[in-house]
Design a protein around this ligand. Sequence first.
Ligand code: GUN
Ligand code: FE
Length: 456
Amino acid sequence: MSTTEALPFAFYGTIIHSSSIQSLEILEDTLLAVSASNGRILALQPNTPQDQVDKTLAALDIPASRTTRLRRGQFLIPGFVDTHNHAPQWMQRGLGQGMHILDWLSGVTFPNEARFRDPEYARRVYAGLVAGMLRQGVTTASYYGSLHGEATCILADTCLEKGQRAFVGKCNMNRNSPDYYRDASTEESLAETERCISHIQTIDPSSSLLKYVITPRFAISCEADLLAGLGTIASRNPDLPIQTHFNEAEQEVQATLSLFPAFTNEVDLYSHYGLLKPRTILAHCTIMTDAETQSLAALDCGIAHCPTANMTVGGGFMAAPVRGFLSRGMKVGLGTDSGGGFSSSILDSMRHALIASFSREAASAGREKGLTLEEVFYLATMGGARVMGMDDRIGSFGVGKEFDAVVVDMNTATGGVNAPVEEEDEIRRVFDKFLMTGDDRNMVQVFVRGQKTHAL
Ligand code: GUN
Ligand code: FE
């Protein structure tokens, strides 16, 4: 690192983040300074007049060359959090739309994921995935790997190399898939899990970016003793998060309960095996009884809402009852789900969450109020940070928090079809146009923990 690179850096301009689930905070003429040594925000001063900017920068020891002055149409937002992403499905996005979940898994997904037995293939695909997610402003992701330990360690190495914050877990799955794509035994599945845990602890001992996430694919894929073994790993490592698929589709819920007849629902099942904790991320939660929702709220589990997947793969083609989760104060974030759907963009997830909620409002004769733009933006940033237990570090801007951010530029001549910014547009209109029509061409710089991880 040269001496200049060790100095703090700053932005001066408009900064937008959520101050609560209902409220967006638009801070104008704001000076935001970041420590280059630990990536934390050193100063955040809204409404700083032009003539005080230089003085403040000098006091903070920040040279003019390390200060970016944002123009009209440009603003900073917190990086997006993808709370549910299958890394090996990067190559299969868009395939098998409209299929029921178990048919889609056996027909499309397992043959695709099996290819990650080849470490070279994994290295190549994961390099494209992590770069592709960063360029879409996803600074943090919770990844399911394939079942292969080696490929999963390669995914963790790739996130660290490219600077993405991530949970990474090897999929545990030792039944109900073909021989060519199944853990050989419970013992091997657990041993491979332990190997991946140690690998991640070795490459990032302070968890600056990475954490292993315990990842039973779902109960249909796991023998009871595998679920029990993973519950034991979870209780021995209380800091490790857990993720699984939960109440995703009718076909899946029925198959689960027939495999585990001792349980009447998935809450009882997964909690019996010690897998429902405040650090657990449950993907989908589409078909929920009131009692199940109440239990998950009491257990303080986080929900990865994946509207794109809910409406394209699975069989229900109806998104989760998010309003009900939010009204109980539950932790909810957004997930792209990758192959379960067609998009790896959190902007798309926000739009689909919005559209799906409007449809639920109509279908419930107004009982379930649709989401607002403020709410879906919160879910994509602070909501995801809460689900991943990182809201003290990321999700919004504040002194002491780590600088995970996207520089948005709606002036860019993208050649795309996003709604153009007009001279008289106020910043809130520009922001709305970005959320509803923008894409990666408008994300000109992406930072994670103060490091630039992508620039156009
Ligand atoms: N349930 C078990 N595995 C999967 C998967 O890969 N995607 C989705 N959407 N649901 C699952
Ligand atoms: Fe999924």
